[in-house]
Design a protein around this ligand. Structure first.
Ligand SMILES: [Zn+2]
Length: 269
């Protein structure tokens, strides 16, 4: 059984400030350690649940050469493999060859979410709202749609209580979630101690992977229109001459295609 772990840093227990997730900042090394150890718990749970192959894909844009490259390699569970990709949603090989389950670990709520710890969508300053066929989504929606493109179910989402509720609303009540902190604001949280959060995640993943029957496969719909409301008109200008992307307002761009993946690639990759 092949399992893909799509990981982000903002939703990890113990993390609630930008300085813990931005490369070069004074809290970054602490953040990397918390991130790597929480991921190890998910890896353990996946193998306990019956996985034979576990690949971790870091999706955190830490900045510069640290983007999608924040895990501490020699502290990772030796049984997993990990992907350092050039662009988020760039690595699709495992999904293309058939992946049995995806786990979305360390996720954060979408831009504008009330109490969502380090909430944002793609860009912490430039993207105000993202919609798939009219439905407002965050990065959980993007990751789930990426998996769904190749029929891969999302077996579990972890992060703060806000993103867990957001994910359950989007993917349905059968989705398994693990809440490792309660969001109090964008930069404050009541955390479960990381040592206990790792235990909760390991157990949740083990249960999720061993019972995949109800895990949801997400499809935003076909054809698919992706709409992005940006912060300022100059943010929209960047898309003015991009094929397949239409400016529908001074700060709004739209990409439409028969399938979500094609609409997304035109807009993002
Ligand atoms: Zn991130």
């Amino acid at each position: 059984m092949k399992v893909l772990i799509i990981s982000d840093m903002e939703g990890v227990a113990g993390i609630c400030r930008w300085n813990q997730v931005n490369a070069g900042a004074d809290g970054y090394e602490e953040g990397r350690r918390l991130y790597t150890e929480e991921l190890n718990a998910a890896v353990r749970g996946a193998f306990e649940g019956g996985a034979s192959e576990v690949v971790v894909m870091d999706c955190h844009g830490a900045g510069g050469d640290r983007s999608f490259n924040s895990l501490i390699p020699d502290a990772l569970d030796e049984r997993c493999e990990f992907v350092v990709q050039h662009e988020w949603t760039g690595y699709t090989e495992l999904l293309e060859t058939g992946c049995d389950a995806a786990l979305l670990v360390g996720q954060h709520a979408r831009a504008g979410a009330e109490r969502g710890v380090l909430s944002h969508t793609v860009s912490s300053t430039r993207w105000h709202e993202l919609r798939f066929n009219g439905v407002a989504v965050g990065e959980v929606g993007i990751n789930a749609a990426l998996c769904g493109t190749w029929g891969c179910p999302v077996a579990l989402v972890s992060g703060d209580d806000v993103v867990c509720a957001e994910a359950a609303e989007l993917l349905g009540p059968a989705l398994r979630t693990v809440t490792v902190k309660q969001g109090l604001g964008r930069f404050s949280a009541r955390h479960v101690a990381p040592a206990r959060a790792r235990g909760m995640l390991e157990t949740g993943v083990m249960q999720a992977v061993s019972r995949l029957r109800d895990a949801p496969v997400y499809d935003p719909g076909a054809p698919c229109t992706i709409t992005v409301e940006l912060a300022t008109p100059d943010d929209a200008d960047v898309y003015r001459h991009r094929e397949g992307v239409t400016l529908t307002g001074p700060r709004t761009v739209e990409s439409q295609a028969p399938r979500w993946w094609d609409a997304w690639r035109r807009l993002y990759l």
